[in-house]
Design a protein around this ligand. Structure first.
Ligand code: PGA
Length: 255
């Protein structure tokens, strides 16, 4: 059975001391019993990764970055590479987030390079995909998702190290959440695509997270859906008490 995953994406938020307080409290709040039932991941900005690794030493949660360069080393000012993250001990890294696609013109081709970099460097990718509101209204959501999967995963042998996050762009940071049925339909479509492009076993092993205005109020219903294995949580992951509440809900809403 797939374990539930609750992943926080802090985006560009928190000062160093805010980050420190959050991580210390998270470590105190999580007990061993959580570990068997839910995997907790915190994706911090780069400058706080070292701090997060230290706090995560107790093994109660995992740490991820929010992006990675498509290159390994060299003259790329301001970039951070997968070998660097690996040398620090990163567990996960988000790639293809819609904010990277929108503000940094990232294409599926670039995300494909990043995916390869992460797999080569033993960091688990959290690959984000999702449609815009216009694409949904035009009835082409599945076509867009299929194109993104094909582009981002080109030439890659799929396996359970990869986590996919379905994040409808119209639901990110807007307060509008996809209904559990809308999300489930796309999650099932993604799982089918994986099965067709690898095997049923791998499709059953790969975790597919939902992201987009997930909060305590809608967590249980989303997580009860057959193909929703957890959440990639932005805004609601910034307050420790809300984040812990969502972890608790994930534990109690096991299918
Ligand atoms: P949100 O962000 O929960 O604030 O909508 C989710 C994400 O962008 O990963």
């Amino acid at each position: 059975m797939r374990k539930k995953i609750i992943a926080g994406n802090w985006k560009m938020n928190k000062t160093f001391s805010d980050a420190e307080n959050f991580l210390i409290t998270l470590d105190e709040e999580l007990s061993e019993r959580y570990l068997q039932r839910v995997e907790v991941i915190v994706c911090t900005p780069y400058p706080y990764l070292e701090l997060a690794f230290d706090q995560a030493d107790s093994g109660k949660f995992f740490v991820g970055a929010q992006d990675i360069s498509s290159h390994d080393f060299g003259a790329y000012t301001g970039e951070v590479s997968a070998p660097m993250l690996h040398s620090m001990g990163a567990d996960y890294c988000i790639i293809g987030h819609s904010e990277r696609r929108k503000y940094h013109q990232e294409t599926d081709e670039m995300i494909n390079q990043k995916l390869k970099q992460l797999l080569e460097n033993e960091i688990k990718p959290i690959l984000c995909i999702g449609e815009t509101i216009t694409e949904r209204e035009n009835g082409i959501t599945k076509k867009i998702i299929k194109n993104q999967l094909e582009g981002c995963c080109k030439g890659i042998e799929l396996d359970e190290r990869i986590t996919i996050a379905y994040e409808p762009i119209w639901a990110i940071g807007t307060g509008k959440t996809a209904t559990p049925q809308q999300a489930q339909e796309i999650h099932a479509f993604i799982r089918d695509w994986i099965a067709q492009n690898s095997s049923t076993r791998i499709a059953e092993d790969i975790a597919i997270l939902y992201g987009g205005s997930m909060k305590p109020k809608n967590t249980a219903e989303l997580l009860q859906q057959k193909d929703i294995d957890g959440g990639l949580i932005g805004g609601a992951s910034l307050k420790i008490e809300i984040f812990v509440e969502m972890i608790d809900i994930a534990i109690t809403s096991q299918k």
